[in-house]
Design a binder for this molecule. Structure first.
Ligand SMILES: Nc1ncnc2c1ncn2[C@@H]1O[C@H](COP(=O)(O)OP(=O)(O)O)[C@@H](O)[C@H]1O
Ligand SMILES: [Mg+2]
Length: 282
């Protein structure tokens, strides 16, 4: 099952013939629905727009969005299959909350999927834990009592609880403190590697992305600047990219200059530290 963009251009006002400059420019993209990919780039690059087009929520002025080879803006049933399999968390997901309590809000999606009471309960608890909100503390809370960051995490949990086959996340670390981020990384890795679900994560935070995804796309001004599997991230021409390489990669390169070689498949800070500790003292 593939999700694909073919030569997509998109502008916000008046389509590609309008006055506004296109936000996405002749963009091609292809993934299997269980791949994990990261979209990185500076603010304004077009990452959020890309996710909305990929989700079928915005229609490109030119080009097509294909799900299982079918144009989702021409084939209604392909569009509906995509919408059923896909969950999207927007950049400001706190605007998506509309129930009175945390429990009701997170349960809304799975309940609509017709799941049993028991399954909904389990899903809600799992999803809240994944975003670092202990269910016993937060289930009974009113949405109005939450901080901005907590609201954001509740909104993410609401989408996680539906367990979509493919999960699109827009700047998901914005509301997370470092502890919450570690919990979330662990959850996402498990969601992809063990449960074989797909992830498309747009973020300016490459240090976060490399801990979760298997492939990185670099976007700048609505175009791809690069597209590499994680193992080849060191081959990116850092000087010509609009972003810095991840900290672990820069550290590894610096250590290599000093004659200390670390395995290139290590991206998680904890694993990186472990690899460093394995090196005999000089
Ligand atoms: N709803 C909108 N209407 C008009 N312009 C928009 C809208 N959303 C985004 N843009 C513009 O599109 C460009 C890309 O924005 P966006 O996709 O949000 O980039 P990113 O997520 O990488 O920061 C920016 O120039 C932004 O100002
Ligand atoms: Mg954005």
């Amino acid at each position: 099952m593939t999700l694909e963009l073919r030569h997509v251009s998109f502008s916000y006002h008046g389509g590609t013939t309008g006055k506004a400059a296109p936000v996405l420019v002749d963009l091609c993209f292809q993934m299997h629905i269980s791949d994990a990919v990261g979209i990185v780039g500076p603010s304004g690059a077009g990452k959020s727009t890309f996710l909305q087009v990929l989700a079928g929520l915005e229609k490109p002025g030119e080009g097509v969005v294909l799900f299982e080879g079918k144009d989702v803006h021409r084939d209604r049933s392909a569009y509906e299959r995509l919408r059923r399999q896909l969950g999207i968390v927007f950049q400001f997901p706190e605007n998506q909350l509309f129930e009175a309590t945390v429990a009701e809000d997170v349960a809304f999606g799975p309940r609509n999927q017709g799941l049993s009471h028991e399954t909904v309960r389990t899903r809600v608890r799992t999803a809240l834990s994944a975003v670092g909100l202990p269910p016993d503390v937060f289930l009974g809370r009113g949405i109005e009592q939450l901080s901005q960051g907590e609201k954001r995490r509740v909104a993410i949990a609401g989408v996680l609880a539906m367990e979509p086959q493919i999960l699109l996340l827009d700047e998901p670390t914005a509301g997370l403190d470092p502890g919450g981020q570690r919990t979330f990384v662990t959850f996402l890795r498990d969601y992809h590697r063990r449960q074989k679900r797909g992830l498309v994560i747009a973020s300016h935070d490459l240090d976060f992305l490399v801990q979760v995804v298997d492939r990185i796309y670099v976007m700048d001004a609505g175009r791809w600047k690069a597209n590499v599997p994680l193992q080849q991230i060191e081959t990116l021409p850092a000087d010509s990219l609009p972003i810095r390489l991840p900290r672990v990669v820069r550290l590894r390169q610096r250590l290599a200059e000093l004659g200390i070689r670390l395995p290139t498949h290590v991206f998680h800070p904890q694993a990186f530290l472990h690899a460093l500790e394995q090196i005999p003292k000089l």
